[in-house]
Structure formats: C-alpha cells, structure tokens
Design a protein around this ligand. Structure first.
Ligand code: NAD
Length: 341
C-alpha cells in the first residue's frame, strides 16, 4: 500500500523503514504537518500516516478523500485532532496505536518530579560553571509524601507504582477505577477535591476530552496545598496555563513540570532557536526558576518508537487485507469515549 507519512523526522523514518521490511508498503516520508494546505501531497497514496500535532479536520479530510485516501493511520494514541464524524461520512477508516510504552511516559513524569525537587537543572549548570555552592538546591524527601494521580489508566498506574516505590502515599482519582491501582499498597481512590487538598505532588494522566479540558483551573489550584508540585505529561489543555502562572506567582504552585503545553502545536518538535518566539505565555512560563518544560518527549524512547512502528504498519497491513482491526477508531467511540489517550 502507498502511504504518505506527514510530519516525519529522521527518527520516524529509521524506525518505520526498518520495520517495513516485514510489511513491504511503499512509504513516502514528508516533512510538512498535515493540514488542508499540505493534504494534496498525499496524491497517489491510499493511506496517510499522521502524528499528534497534525490536523485532520473536515476540510483536510475532504481533500484527502478527493485524492483517494481510504485510511488514516495515526502513529499515536490520541485522536482529538481528527474529525471522526467527517472521516466516517467520507469512508475514511481511522486507526491508531492505543498503547505503545506507558513506561516511557510514566518514567518521564517521575524524571520531572526528581528534576524539580532536587533542582537538577540548576545543579547541572552550576557545576559546569565551577559554582559548587548548594544554596537554592535544597529538596525534600519523596518518602512519606502524598502523590495524587489524576487518571489511573496505563500510564497513571505505572507512575503510581513507581512513586509507591519511593515510599509515597498515593491518592487516585478516576471515574473508571482500575483494580490494579487499588491493589498498590498505600494507594486509595478519593474524589478530586480530596486529592487536590491532600497531595504534595499531583500528576495528570487522564485524556483530553471535553470533561477534562482545564481540569486544573484557578479553582482547582486554590484547593491545592501551598507549594504543591504539579506535573503534566498528558495533554496541554488539561491545565489552564494562565491559572498556573497566577498560581506560580502567588506561591501556591511551588513547582511545575510539563511535557505538554496548551498551544504547543506551533512550537514543539521544531528547532526554533534562530527565531523569535512570539508566545508570551510560554515565554513567561519559561522565565520562572521553578518551572521545567520538556517538549512532548515523554513518549520518546526506542521501545516506544519501535512499538509505534510495529502497530502502525500492522494496522495498515490489516486494512489492506480487509481484516478487522481492534485499533480502529469509530465515530461512535469518540462520543462515548472513556479514555481516548
Ligand atoms: P488510558 O486510557 O490507559 O488511561 C486514562 C485514564 O484516565 C483512564 O483510566 C480513564 O478512566 C481516566 N479518565 C478519563 N476521564 C477522566 C477524568 N475526568 N478524570 C480522571 N481520570 C479520567 O491512557 P494512558 O495510556 O494512561 O494515557 C494517558 C494520557 O497520557 C493520554 O490521554 C495522553 O494524553 C497522554 N500521553 C502523553 C504522551 C507524551 O508523550 N507526553 C504520550 C502518550 C500519552
């Protein structure tokens, strides 16, 4: 099958080319992001492969359909950027990678906790400049602290297990409780306000759906402990960034670690070091000494990339052979979705 891969980087190509030896599809790697302007680049292909910050809105899908695209293969879990209703109307099948490496994301979230707590980002730069003083680097023991996990699915569960390993108490909030979470020693489910009020560290691991948009807003931040550490490796719009900035200024938020940002679409995954970044909110966020930002790299391990390539190419092969796929995303699924990661 001829597949146009949008928004590809060198690392995508190497994993997909290697894995494709088992599938023999014709892969065309394109650098532009998918949108209505770039969609015609898929001319001559039957399938399109896209990533998290590509857009498959109604207009883009119509152009793709007019160019003969019958399959949209997402090389990610989330599908909030696809107009599933229009895709269904146009007869475009949508498939995704529902899980690749939950360990990659959970471990990165823990990395942010350690980096913020022990101020490793400051210590690294200090020692490189022959400044061996310790003032300003004091952290706290994780042992005995309370960690709140919002969303206890695949990633939240692993994050909770790791934090339990540090000796933390773990509180979880999830409308669909996970028995494996409840089985972690010292972990218990509570309602969201209780989690917000009692956690020293709060980590977001729920999907972005209308119900979770700005789940952490000014009101939620008000309920948190003074000096709380907030971690978001899930989706930018779970956190109201402006409310977070106010919380940092007031001292309510003592530490903020994010791998995702509400308006990351035009920033992340690109080297913009030669240009002027015009996003004032992002610039302000960057200026705080207790904020650590990584650019949507939590998934970025070789294990996860291999898994993404395997599943995506298998999804395409199954479609080509007319086989049903459990990774198909149907319009109805979005309406009733519990957890579109
Ligand atoms: P999952 O579907 O296994 O778990 C999500 C959990 O969130 C489910 O248990 C669900 O019931 C729960 N949930 C749904 N609505 C909720 C709500 N209102 N409040 C609290 N919990 C709610 O998904 P996962 O694989 O664990 O992924 C979690 C999220 O991580 C994804 O949605 C995605 O946004 C994000 N993610 C980020 C990266 C990255 O590189 N930064 C990579 C992969 C996934």
């Amino acid at each position: 099958m001829k597949v146009a891969f949008f928004n590809t980087k060198k690392y995508d190509r190497s994993f997909f080319e290697l894995t494709n030896s088992k599938h023999n599809h014709e892969l065309f790697f394109l650098e532009p992001k998918l949108d209505a302007v770039t969609a015609p680049l898929a001319e001559g292909c039957q399938a399109v492969c896209m990533f998290v910050n590509d857009k498959a809105d109604a207009q883009t899908l119509e152009i793709l359909a007019a160019h003969g695209i019958r399959l949209l293969a997402l090389r990610c879990a989330g599908f909030n950027m696809v107009d599933l209703k229009r895709a269904a109307e146009l007869g475009i099948t949508v498939v995704r990678v529902p899980a690749y490496s939950p360990y990659a994301v959970a471990e990165h979230a823990v990395g942010l906790v350690l980096m913020l707590n022990r101020k490793l980002y400051r210590a690294y730069n200090r020692v490189r400049g022959d400044d061996f003083s310790l003032d300003g680097l004091m952290g706290f023991d994780l042992h005995g602290r309370t960690v709140g996990v919002i969303g206890t699915g695949k990633i939240g569960l692993i994050f909770a297990q790791i934090m339990h390993g540090f000796g933390c108490q773990v509180l979880g909030y999830d409308p669909m409780p996970n028995p494996s979470f409840a089985a972690i020693g010292a972990a218990r489910y509570v309602e969201l306000p209780e989690l917000l009020e009692n956690s020293d560290i709060i980590s977001l691991h729920c999907p972005l759906v209308p119900a979770t948009h700005h789940i952490i807003d000014a009101e939620a931040i008000d309920q948190m402990k003074p000096g709380v550490m907030l971690i978001n490796t899930s989706r930018g719009a779970l956190l109201d960034t402006k409310a977070a900035i106010s919380g940092i200024k007031s001292g309510k938020i003592g530490y903020l670690g994010i791998d995702v940002y509400e308006d990351e679409d035009n920033i992340f995954f690109e080297n913009l070091s030669d240009s002027v970044l015009l996003d004032d909110t992002f610039q302000l966020l960057q200026s705080f000494s207790n904020v650590v930002i990584t650019a949507h790299q939590a998934f970025f391990t070789k294990d996860a990339l291999q898994s993404i390539a395997d599943t995506t190419l298998t999804n395409i092969t199954q479609f080509e052979r007319g086989l049903p796929s459990q990774n198909e995303v149907k319009y109805q699924e979005k309406v009733i979705a519990k957890s579109p990661a």
